[in-house]
Design a protein around this ligand. Structure first.
Ligand SMILES: [Zn+2]
Length: 372
């Protein structure tokens, strides 16, 4: 390939990824201060969880039934089979989550109707304007807007899959998403680091230690190399945390010809620098990996590790507090999973302690990365 066409190709790739990374026009934000109850008990968590599930079920149902999903999602084409498959899977998850969230229901609890199907959930969610007591109504208006935008985020990824792969679906059962965790179990993960010494990664490592959180860090080789060369104590700083791979450069591992070397070179370096803290997981940038890559990862003792709770903290349109509140609403919705933040941005440093404090007593368990 000559220089000009290489340059053109790079430009086109950057534009495509840029458009994808930019995502929908607005980020789904949730205002937790509108929820009138406390989340400091298992019952309180479940009640809030049922509320989020019902509103999302209605939003998903409305969106999936749209005649012109293409126009709604501002896409040139939509993979209808993928959208149908993902919608069905999400609906099944909602139903089983609602059952888990209803186990402690008694006569006095609100939002405890026996609902037997995803269609029942959607109907019940649509009826909340008249069914829900007045103190919850301000929350409801905000939740409707949040879940509509969030459902659009997910269906947009579904509409593009597998042409553009992402965290919305797996290519093999070996790929992990976070949905395989047990009820109320969550794992914090941080991508794109490490930053230079004294940067946001180091501040976050201190915060995690103070909060006794053991998280997974998906590192870029080209960020780790200069840092490990300059900082002999780097391994010690990550004491109690786990280190895994995000590739050498932050680019799509679905399109990049050299993606295998990107993974292997980062693996070699991470093993060298971190020894036992290294964990054999690869998280593709943007979630983009090839459909036929399962054999390569198996051969190299690696598993693809995606996420199911996206903080969107990289997005300039969302603040640290907003990212934390968004994560909380998604934790209530999915009830388990892998939470994505970025340690190259400072927002997690405030969001994580807020989540830990706000959910104390709720029965939520912050999983140790060593057990993942
Ligand atoms: Zn990344």
């Amino acid at each position: 390939m000559n220089m000009m066409s290489r340059l053109l190709q790079t430009l086109m790739l950057c534009t495509a990824l840029g458009a994808l990374a930019a995502g929908p026009d607005s980020v789904a934000k949730s205002d937790r201060s509108l929820w009138p109850d406390k989340l400091d008990s298992s019952k309180g968590f479940d009640r809030a969880s049922r509320a989020e599930i019902l509103v999302f079920a209605d939003a998903l149902n409305q969106l999936a039934r749209q005649d012109d999903l293409k126009a709604e999602l501002h896409l040139k084409s939509v993979d209808a089979a993928s959208v149908a498959k993902i919608s069905e899977r999400l609906s099944a998850t909602l139903l089983s989550n609602y059952r888990e969230a209803s186990t402690a229901c008694d006569g006095k609890e609100i939002l405890c109707d026996k609902l037997a199907s995803a269609a029942d959930l959607a109907r019940s969610g649509a009826a909340l304007d008249t069914q829900l007591p007045a103190p919850y109504q301000p929350w409801l208006a905000n939740a409707r807007a949040f879940h509509r935008l969030y459902a659009m985020e997910l269906l947009r990824l579904a509409a593009l899959f597998p042409k553009v792969s992402s965290e919305i679906d797996v290519f093999s059962p070996a790929e992990k998403t976070g949905f395989e965790l047990a009820d109320r179990h969550f794992l914090f993960t941080f991508d794109d680091g490490p930053t230079a010494k004294g940067g946001s990664t180091d501040a976050l490592l201190d915060t995690l230690k103070q909060n006794q959180i053991h998280a997974m860090f998906y590192m870029l080789g080209d960020h780790l190399k200069p840092r490990s060369d300059a900082d002999a104590a780097l391994k010690q700083r990550y004491d109690g945390q786990c280190v895994a791979l995000h590739g050498w450069e932050h680019q799509s591992h679905q399109k990049w010809a050299d993606w295998q070397n990107s993974v292997l070179n980062t693996q070699k370096l991470a093993q060298q620098v971190f020894g036992e803290a290294y964990r054999p997981y690869f998280r593709p940038p943007y979630g983009q990996r090839r459909p036929d890559s399962a054999a390569f990862f198996a051969q190299n003792q690696l598993q693809v590790a995606l996420w199911n709770i996206d903080s969107q903290d990289w997005n300039a349109k969302i603040s640290d507090v907003e990212a934390a509140q968004r994560v909380m609403s998604l934790m209530l919705l999915w009830r388990r999973g892998v939470i994505l933040f970025h340690d190259i941005h400072p927002k997690a440093n405030r969001a994580v302690p807020w989540l830990v404090k706000s959910l104390a007593g709720s029965g939520v368990s912050w999983d140790r990365c060593q057990q993942y």
